[in-house]
Write a protein that binds this ligand. Sequence first.
Ligand code: ATR
Length: 266
Amino acid sequence: MNRYTIFGNPVSHSKSPSMQNAGFKYLGLDCLYDKTQIKKQNIKDIFKQRDLSGANITLPHKEVAYELADIVVGEANKIKAVNTYIKRGDKIVAYNTDGSGFMMAIKEFLPISSALIIGAGGTAKAIAVALIEANIQTTVANRTASKLKFFKDIGAKTTSTKNLNTNYIYNLIINATSVGLIDDTTPIPINNLKKILKNCSYAFDCIYNKNTKFLSLSKMFCIKCKSGEDMLLYQGVKALELWTNTKATKGLIKCMRDALVNNTIS
Ligand code: ATR
């Protein structure tokens, strides 16, 4: 049996085991995916001791996982954070599937020419790299302006949320902050958000499982809106594709989505 896990802290809330075990079962593979809560960041040692075939890495270990990997592939080299490990021989090969997961999630919004990301954490970095790669003009606004350098360096326009130009037209607005997760507020002042939404076609909140204030306000402007559920789904689908060296079929994706929504198999 091949074993997989998700490393995180906290990790008890994670739906990845449901989703990935459903995927393995659908493919008829003898694999088991569990959760590993770790405080210390000795991911590589645990990965090797447990003879894991692959893993996902979530907060707050993505940057350390990047540092510890033997080989880093693709956009993860820019983001400097990884969410997927694969054992290849005696090496750990690492990927970041968050950006491609996001692009799959917004497929129904494409083509678009401009996007505004609010937030400058790890999620925002993965999304910004993916959007710029897709030639979409990307602006990043963050409360703390000193965290914007990364985005400037990869070719995004940057601004503090305080100086955000609310008259500018963005096709897509993305909440990549944690605002709305446990509170009922918006990542930028509500009047500024309304001004932007007025000219916007699509809204995406990286938070899932919750109708945040950001999303409910977006819906009031009748624009197409999505929560982060599909981003979670597709970053997982991409990881499964990498582990199993297969291309996900519609059937596999549906099965993983059902498991994610119902949290059935864990
Ligand atoms: P992740 O890795 O999931 O993206 P993170 O690195 O903790 O998470 O980033 C959280 C983001 O939410 C940051 O952009 C943060 O803004 P700061 O850089 O100014 O801290 C943003 N954020 C958190 N609370 C916020 C708030 N109350 N108002 C505006 N932005 C907030």
